[in-house]
Design a protein around this ligand. Structure first.
Ligand code: NDP
Length: 337
């Protein structure tokens, strides 16, 4: 099989030369092991953080290490009773087309009737759960709240908008980086207002669009200018859930900070950053609660999803770079086949 490894630490946007594609030979299965052929491999913003040497919430990848992250596949050979041949599995072995390891490193997932397994990397997986815990446990969304989501057309963002609506948000405002994306936010994802931050400074656009009504909850995927824009329009006792700051992930210079932090005091705001895995550990009930509710919303047609699917494992690095540059709508996945 093949694996993609980190060859050098990227500066700015990762380049193809920062990665190597290596062949791996698998031996005979040992007792308790399975071999899995991947169907979809995930490319995620957090991977960019781990490619640098600096401090983050997970340790950096080593040079020469396989890019670890989510993938879904099927057991093709098994020496473990728990995972017979044909079982669909979710795992964290990352950027590889096939992998052989102990069965305990894979989790069996139910087949999805008529839907692709890639949903376990998106709406039904980590990004969907991130949206749910951020809204319910961090922002403590209440019925009638007015919500602003940055990065609204991405994997997490499309889930945030739809979940917020299901939980009773009164007004949904979203931002994204193209005319096509903002069109989709309004037509398909139920946003009342969608702003293209490429058109004009997001702060000006947001102030104008929000008007006197203000914003009660800000769900931030972008940081920088978007965080500053949100601080400008928050209502008293508003909550800001900081999920990501992708506008800075490839930055080679210090981004400008918000110049209006004073509103934190004058409007008695609460701002909290969070990591999905930790929130799920602190709230042991939340993963199952999310799974049950999301499955019900999806089968009732109350929520929908979007994927940008790149064909061919050898294009994984291109897919990753494209995602960082905004080439995806909804979840970006690589179809291995
Ligand atoms: P997305 O599917 O949203 O893909 C990334 C998107 O970021 C791009 O499509 C692009 O959309 C946008 N983007 C890139 N550069 C900029 C920029 N300079 N300014 C504004 N937008 C930009 O990725 P995910 O949904 O997987 O992740 C979204 C965010 O959530 C990230 O910040 C990620 O780090 C964070 N995250 C945090 C987790 C946690 O536990 N805290 C867990 C999972 C994700 P556009 O065309 O609109 O620019």
């Amino acid at each position: 099989s093949s694996e993609i490894r980190l060859a050098s630490r990227p500066e700015g946007m990762p380049r193809p030369e920062d990665f190597s594609l290596d062949r791996v030979a698998h031996g005979q299965l040992e007792p308790g092991q399975v071999r899995v052929a991947n169907e979809f491999v995930s490319v995620d913003p957090f991977m960019r953080g781990r490619m640098g040497a600096g401090r983050s919430y997970v340790k950096p990848y080593e040079l020469g290490e396989t890019i670890i992250g989510g993938a879904v596949g099927r057991v093709v050979e098994s020496a473990a009773e728990a995972l017979p041949e044909g079982t669909a599995v979710l795992h964290q072995h990352g950027w590889t087309d096939a992998v052989q390891d102990d069965a305990s490193t894979f989790r069996a997932v139910p087949e999805l009737d008529g839907l692709p397994l890639s949903l376990y990397l998106g709406l039904l997986g980590m990004p969907g759960l991130t949206a749910y815990v951020g809204l319910t446990r961090i922002a403590q969304l209440r019925e009638g709240d007015s919500v602003f989501v940055s990065g609204a057309a991405g994997a997490v963002g499309t889930a945030v908008g739809q979940i917020a609506r299901q939980l009773g948000a009164a007004r949904l405002i979203g931002s994204a980086g193209s005319a096509e994306k903002v069109g989709l936010l309004k037509d398909k994802y139920g946003f009342d207002v969608a702003l293209n931050y490429q058109d004009a400074p997001i702060r000006e656009q947001l102030v104008h669009a929000v008007g006197d009504e203000g914003v009660d909850v800000f769900y931030d995927n972008v940081g920088g200018d978007h965080l500053e824009a949100a601080l400008e329009v928050m209502n008293d006792f508003g909550r800001l859930a900081l999920c990501g700051a992708i506008s800075g992930y490839n930055a080679t210079e210090r981004p400008a900070g918000p110049d209006n932090m004073g509103t934190m005091v004058t409007r008695r705001l609460r701002m909290q950053g969070f990591i999905v895995g930790e929130v799920a550990a602190e709230h042991p009930e939340v993963s199952e609660e999310f799974r049950v509710r999301m499955a019900a919303w999806l089968s009732a047609g109350d929520v929908t999803y979007e994927e940008t699917v790149v064909e061919g494992f050898e294009h994984t690095v291109d897919a990753f770079r494209d995602m960082l540059g905004g080439g995806n709508t909804g979840k970006m996945v690589v179809k291995v086949g």
